[in-house]
Design a protein around this ligand. Sequence first.
Ligand code: C2E
Ligand code: MG
Ligand code: MG
Ligand code: MG
Length: 278
Amino acid sequence: RAKQEGRNRFSFFSHDLESSIRERHQLETCLRNAIIHDELFVHYQPKINLATNEIVGAEALVRLTDSEGLFISPNEFIPLAEETGLIIKLGKQVLYKACQEAKSWLNMGLNIPISVNVAVAQFADPHFANIIEKALHDYQLPAELLELEITETALMIDAADMQTKLYQLKSLGIKISIDDFGTGYSSLAYLKKFNVDVMKIDMSFVKDMLNNKHDYEIVKTIISLGQSMGLALIAEGVETNEQRQALLELDCLMGQGYLFSRPLSASDFNAFILQHKG
Ligand code: C2E
Ligand code: MG
Ligand code: MG
Ligand code: MG
């Protein structure tokens, strides 16, 4: 609800150009201040083994609140962060918080890999690999506990450059996953070229997979494609037990979604870990 209100605050006046410019400016100021004052925070959503119910990872999702404490959706401010270049600092802050959190789980005796979303501009940043290396070093986090989520479209932007960058990152020992798979514009040839580890099936296909035959077939096809390429598969947006069951029958072993948990604050995530049975 808070999120919904947050969204309205910033996009309701789109008919009126002047106020939409003002809204955008306000959002930018809010974002800039949050970055300067280190007031962004991060929520964590568990990734679950669909067969055993074990926690197999967590995704870091950035959170921003407005002056009244209402959540603003990342779908609202991430594009703005990308347009304004603020994404570089934002991304770095999220990465650091996420590594710190994963290290704290490790200190509790739990090996929970953390995944962080990465925008195109971050890859384009020549310092990106160094930033990753430094984060791992500063928090003494084993590289295999860090995963980066990139969208297909991002992979396409500068293919030659991307191949080198991914190689560089992968040689640090981190994992790469393709986020929102099936919604971008990539050709399948890219899958072969980029040595990625995980395919995340976009939630738009999972949502209706049980009442729309086409969606079901798409999910099935993505799974067999991923399997034939030796990739791990995870379904996003798993909301019902029926979906969990159907995915499992199709041999998709991991899922993420409201069925298991919404994204949680760091302390709620710790509570989730402690009470979770799997
Ligand atoms: P994403 O990476 O595909 O993240 C999954 C989104 O789906 C999250 O939305 C999550 O809260 C939501 N979700 C998870 N399970 C369910 C479910 O069962 N049902 C439904 N309806 N939704 C579910 P969120 O947190 O609003 O983030 C939206 C997008 O913003 C992310 O999509 C990602 O593209 C971007 N984003 C979020 N945090 C970051 C960040 O730190 N850096 C960058 N570059 N992008 C980010
Ligand atoms: Mg993601
Ligand atoms: Mg996604
Ligand atoms: Mg998405």
